[in-house]
Each structure stands twice: as C-alpha cells, then as structure tokens.
Write a protein that binds this ligand. Structure first.
Ligand SMILES: NC(=O)c1ccc[n+]([C@@H]2O[C@H](COP(=O)([O-])OP(=O)(O)OC[C@H]3O[C@@H](n4cnc5c(N)ncnc54)[C@H](O)[C@@H]3O)[C@@H](O)[C@H]2O)c1
Length: 369
C-alpha cells in the first residue's frame, strides 16, 4: 500500500476531530495518509467537513451523502463516527469489503447487536478497532503505566469520578434519547468501564447502580417527547479478582475542575489522576495540566507527575490528544501489522457493563454478569 486512504462516515463534531488528528499523524509522523471520502447525509456537516479536509491538505477528498455512492476500491480504512444507533448497520454493510475499520464507541446500542458483530467478525482479515480514546489520554496512559509498575501493590479499590457539563447538542438531537445512544451509562461511560477492565486486569461479575435524570433536559421537548437520558449515577462493580470499582457521573457540574479523577488504591499505596476538561470551555484559565500523584503508604512525600499535552494536539479535539495517539496506533496496525489494541470483544464488554448498570437502575436490583 503506497498511501493509506481513509473514508470518514459521519462528519459532525467527532468526525471533524478525527479529520484534524489524521492530518497531525500524517504531518508529525510522516505517515502516508490521506482522507479521500466523507460520508454524511447532513449537507451542512458534509460541506463544513469538506472545507476542513481540503484545508488540511487532503487534495483528493470527495463528499457523499450515502455510503452506497462511494466506490470501496478507493478506500483502505473506514472510520465510523455516525450516531451510536447507526453503528451496527454500517459495520454490517462494510464487513463484506474486508477493509480496516475503526468505529467510534459505543460498539452498538444493544447487546444482541454486539453479539452479532462478534460473530460476524470471527476471522476478519483486516484490523477492526473500537475507539476507546480515554485509554490514550496522556494522563490516563501515565496512570496505566504507573499501575503496571506495581508501586501501589495489589489494586483493591478503583474509583472513577466524572463531573462535567451536560451532553452537547447533536445533529438531529439524537443523543437526547436512550434508544439512540444505548443510555448514558453505555454512551458515555463505556469509556470508564473499559478503563476499569484495563486497570483491574479483571472481568466484572456484578453491577449495582442508582441514577436518574434529575436536573438536565427536563424542560426540553423534541416533537413532543421529553428526553429520557440520565444525568447522574453511582455505579458499583465487583471484579473476578476481588477488586472493587466505583463510578460517579454527574453531568450538571459545568464548573467542576478537574473534570475527571481516577483513584486506584492497593495494599502499598494510592494513585490518583486529576484531569481537566477541554480547554475550549475554559478559555481564560491559562495553562491547565493533568496531574498523576502516587501516595505511598509509608507517608513519605507524594510523587507528583505533571502531564502537559502538546498544544497542537490539545487544540485538535476535546480529549487531551488521545484521538491523535489512537490514530497513530491504528495506522500502524493497518500499515505495519501492529496488534489491534481495542478489539470487538473489548467494545462489547464495555457496552455490557453499561447496559447492566442501566438495567440495575431500572430494576433497583444487582445485575450478575
Ligand atoms: N470517543 C469519544 O470520546 C467520543 C466523543 C464524542 C463522540 N463520540 C462518538 O462519535 C459518534 C458521533 O458523535 P458526534 O458527537 O460527532 O455527533 P454529531 O451529531 O455531531 O455528528 C454525527 C454525524 O453523523 C451523521 N450521520 C447520521 N447518520 C449517518 C449515517 N447513516 N451515515 C453517515 N453519517 C451519518 C450526522 O448527520 C452527523 O453529522 C457517536 O458514536 C459518539 O458516541 C465519541
């Protein structure tokens, strides 16, 4: 392959973040990449993405309103960035082509669709990667590295807290209804459940959750329907190695700093990460860096790592450069045969944990996995 040719399916907010980060991967790592196709039924998003793609040096790029208008011979890798409820059908349409695919999270909105894709992907001849960008945020990556060093001993308790602004407005308001997203704990928190599996090195065995839509969206109406997406939740997860996980999500805490906090406690020490929200929501705040702090049990000084993100990576999205690092690895999987790091099974397991938490909220019962 002389040049890796991408098609981006869905060119809204996140599709345009992918476009910017692919250009950075091409320029910073001198990799032979080009975006040749943009597919989006929304004319406004299609045109703005086309202008952006051309301004980023994708000289061959064309825009289409539907996937069926595109000749697949012209594409080597598909990036799926359309709304959650479209992922299963689009992946199913693409699989017979046998090309590389990176799909945005969540893999699907329904467990049956996740199971179906796992079956369809058995023996798939090209990389299939689920976009779990949070793994690649520099503070999260450092947290994972320090966990792997063993300095906290055996991890016993893991908590993840996200306190942030409400869901943003999306094209056609698709994210206001659980049938489109899979529910907040699938849509947003699949990232956190994926991190929990990675950090504990274990699989979940039971989930209990409490949550609701208590503050946001109550006065919104879409063709007479009120949104049904929860805006706060507490989730407890037991893992098969005895570790306990807890997630706190609050989406009416716009002023919170940091936005995310990760805490892992083992028998020898405690590790925290403090991660600020996207710079664009804090335009006057000056430099805002993440910190990873190791606090040994012997009460010697905590060790503080300040994690600065290259400003051009930070400016290319809302995720601390993680989309850049993910694309670099995905491109290496396609061009050089490097391993796929986030498999269809990882994507499905994160959805399963989120769906179990949604089910626990609905029934008030513990859900065994
Ligand atoms: N990994 C992350 O951190 C992260 C962050 C934001 C969004 N996302 C994911 O990215 C996806 C898109 O989210 P967004 O925020 O960009 O939403 P968005 O509404 O801004 O953009 C979605 C775009 O997809 C288009 N679209 C709808 N149906 C389509 C179809 N069948 N084919 C092609 N395009 C279609 C819409 O017209 C729209 O332009 C979602 O799955 C979301 O969960 C991931």
């Amino acid at each position: 392959m002389n040049i890796l040719r991408y098609a981006i399916i869905g060119t809204g907010m996140m599709g345009q973040e992918h476009l910017k980060n692919l250009a950075l991967v091409r320029d910073i790592h001198d990799l032979p990449l080009s975006v040749v196709a943009l597919i989006d039924p929304d004319e406004g998003m299609r045109q703005s993405a086309l202008e952006l793609a051309r301004s980023l040096g994708n000289t061959e790029v064309q825009a289409y309103s539907q996937l069926s208008e595109l000749s697949s011979d012209d594409v080597d890798a598909f990036i799926i960035v359309s709304p959650n409820f479209t992922h299963h059908a689009i992946i199913t349409e693409l699989l017979p082509l046998g090309k590389a695919i990176l799909t945005e999270k969540p893999l699907c909105t329904k467990l049956s669709d996740c199971d179906d894709l796992q079956q369809q992907l058995e023996g798939y001849p090209a990389p299939f990667w689920v976009a779990m960008e949070y793994r690649y945020m520099p503070p999260t990556a450092r947290f994972l590295e320090r966990l792997a060093s063993g300095e906290i001993g055996t991890l016993r308790m893991l908590s993840i807290r996200e306190q942030r602004y409400p869901f943003l407005e999306k094209v056609g308001d698709w994210n206001r209804f659980s049938e489109n997203t899979g529910g907040t704990l699938v849509e947003k928190c699949c990232h956190h459940f994926d991190l929990m599996r990675l950090m504990t090195g274990a699989e979940p065995v039971r989930v209990f959750a409490s949550g609701g839509m208590d503050v946001n969206h109550l006065d919104e109406s879409y063709e007479g329907r009120t949104p049904d997406i929860i805006d706060n939740a507490l989730v407890i997860v037991d893992f098969d190695n005895g570790a306990r996980g807890a997630l706190e999500l609050c989406m009416f805490a716009d002023g919170a700093e940091p936005q995310e906090q990760l805490t892992a406690i083992g028998d020898k020490g405690k590790l925290d990460a403090y991660i600020p929200g996207p710079d664009r929501f804090w335009p006057d705040a000056g430099e805002r860096h993440s910190r990873v702090v190791f606090s040994p049990r012997d009460q010697s000084q905590p060790q503080i790592d300040v994690i600065a993100v290259d400003p051009q990576l930070a400016a290319a999205g809302d995720h601390h450069g993680s989309t850049f690092y993910q694309h670099l690895r995905f491109a290496k999987a396609v061009l050089q045969g490097a391993a796929v790091e986030v498999t269809v099974s990882d994507g499905a397991k994160a959805v399963r944990m989120g769906a179990a938490a949604q089910e626990s909220i609905r029934t008030g019962q513990v859900v065994e996995l």
